[in-house]
Ligand binder design. Structure first.
Ligand SMILES: [Fe+2]
Ligand SMILES: [Fe+2]
Length: 217
């Protein structure tokens, strides 16, 4: 029988209150970006209603992805044992808040709104993050690296399908793509273990369900 993983120390009450605050801010308050929005210097293009709806659907998916990222990083940060890994998770989560702000504003500009399902995605991702952290740091980081790689591939696919003239959404997605690959690389440098193929496959299937629902809802 495999030895059970040693459980991480339980977080303090202060820490839990702080994490609860992060959840409320992610789901209910406007996110703020310290970096300039990547599309700040680009003018809004003329787009048909159909193109606008499609671009908004894709940006809603990306926004939901960032809500999931907040919850994942939060769950993993709560249970990671290595202080270096915890610090890296915190720094990456900070950049994800910026992604949240960029996609949120872009949704408003396209006359749309975030997904109504975000609280469900948040809860599921938080549970996955905590579980990955409990199993152990190298798997925690492996899960993170795989998530970031899959998100990166996903963003790349959006660059093929976003309306050609929507340079603003494209600029946001391009910068997010660069950042996500940086997060994946950082996780590998910190000792991420490659995930077994069936786990990576299951993650890809879960993300397909999330993306097709968030696109519409
Ligand atoms: Fe992100
Ligand atoms: Fe990321």
């Amino acid at each position: 029988m495999l030895p059970l993983p040693k459980l991480p120390a339980l977080p303090s009450v202060d820490r839990l209150i702080n994490e609860f605050d992060v959840m409320l801010r992610t789901l209910a308050a406007p996110a703020i970006s310290e970096r300039a929005h990547p599309d700040a210097h680009i003018d809004e293009a003329e787009m048909s209603e159909a193109d606008k709806t499609h671009a908004a659907g894709l940006m809603r998916v990306n926004h939901s992805g960032e809500v999931c990222a907040q919850a994942l990083y939060q769950g993993q940060g709560l249970t990671a044992r290595d202080p270096k890994a915890r610090e890296a998770l915190k720094q990456a989560a900070h950049e994800e808040v910026e992604h949240l702000a960029w996609t949120e504003r872009r949704l408003q500009e396209l006359g749309s709104r975030p997904s109504l399902l975000n609280p469900f995605w948040y809860a599921g991702s938080l549970a996955m993050g905590v579980a990955a952290g409990v199993i152990g740091d190298k798997w925690n980081l492996g899960f993170l690296a795989e998530t970031e790689r899959q998100v990166g591939a996903h963003l790349q696919s959006h660059l093929h399908t976003l309306p050609q003239q929507d340079a603003k959404s494209r600029a946001v997605v391009e910068q997010m793509h660069t950042d996500e690959l940086g997060h994946a690389e950082q996780a590998v440098q910190l000792g991420a273990a490659p995930l077994p193929a069936p786990v990576a496959g299951l993650m890809a299937t879960t993300s397909k369900v999330m993306t097709s629902l968030s696109y519409r809802l």
